[in-house]
Design a protein around this ligand. Sequence first.
Ligand SMILES: Cc1cc2nc3c(=O)[nH]c(=O)nc-3n(C[C@H](O)[C@H](O)[C@H](O)COP(=O)(O)OP(=O)(O)OC[C@H]3O[C@@H](n4cnc5c(N)ncnc54)[C@H](O)[C@@H]3O)c2cc1C
Length: 349
Amino acid sequence: MLKEYKYIIVGAGLSGLVTAYKLKQKGEEDFIILESRSRIGGRILTKDHIDFGATWLQTYHTELLGLLEELKIKVFDQYSKGKSVLVYSSMSPVHYFEMDASQPASKRVVGGTRKLIDTLYKSVEDKVVLATEVLGIQNQGTYIMIKTTDKSYVGAKVVSTLPPLLASELNFEPSLPDSVQTAMEQTHTWMSNAIKVGIHFETPFWKKKGFSGTVIGQASPVVELYDHTNFEENTYVLKGFVNESLRELTSDARRERILNFLEKYLGEEVQNYLSYEEKDWSLDTYTSGKSLNSYYLSPQYGNPIFQELYYDSKLVFSGTETSETYGGYLEGAVRSGVNAFKLISNESD
Ligand SMILES: Cc1cc2nc3c(=O)[nH]c(=O)nc-3n(C[C@H](O)[C@H](O)[C@H](O)COP(=O)(O)OP(=O)(O)OC[C@H]3O[C@@H](n4cnc5c(N)ncnc54)[C@H](O)[C@@H]3O)c2cc1C
């Protein structure tokens, strides 16, 4: 006889952990979180002081800022003083610009965005089952049966926080309405096609030369680069997004192209890096799924279909792509996590 949980949350990314944190705050103990990866955090991944996934938040991301404050996690301004570089094409002369100091800066999280995940995790550690991939969700009448690679779990209510495109690959029994299946298949997973690069240096040589560390170049090996020095200012990093056209190159060839490009605009010190790391999210099965779906440049998130409950109100879809506001962003993940908590626990504002 399987134990029946009151709640099962699928996915231990930000959205799932926020729902779990809220349940725990309410004094709820009867729930479990099933996570396919052998780590928590999903698209939040901080390694060697580098945020390879989510990094920035804005002053209008109020739910996220409120949560960070509640958890006593500090934020700081993205460094942007000095000359920023703009490269239109390899044929054009380089342009320089300065950030408008009167505009609010993007914020970073002290300790990296992972700090948020680790802090939420502390309150629900005993509820998370890692390395457990959910394969199917079945409506069994009074409860839902979750099939995983390993065994089955039973819950009275289930929250799926999978990016909708990944959820569309699950085996739903009975099938969900065609409109839901289609909506899931057509919802691009935010940033699933991104390739990030992080480069450590002995010193912040760019600052000493009057550069901010920002380099923008749509047709360049790195399309966006920023200073990623930590809050304590003792680890010096440049971090950015790699041009997707370099995806097919070998890692060595890509590194050479990137470093040579940056050397041209920031100086020869670039070649004296301490370490160079990349993360291609399109290769990550639990973010990108089977198909690389990078075509929706302005994806529409928060489809009303995801605001409905399914399987006689036992199944809720959550995760940043389902959020009616700020879908795709950390803010959307927090909002969807809070919303899912309210829906399953019948809490209102
Ligand atoms: C490169 C990159 C840069 C970004 N930059 C920013 C930024 O600067 N600012 C910002 O606000 N946002 C940014 N984002 C977006 C931000 O990371 C996401 O909005 C947020 O982390 C999504 O959280 P989530 O819980 O909704 O989804 P996810 O983090 O995707 O969590 C879903 C979880 O489900 C798990 N899972 C998947 N399949 C299964 C399965 N079958 N069974 C069980 N578990 C499964 C996954 O492993 C994952 O842990 C960025 C994302 C990336 C990738």
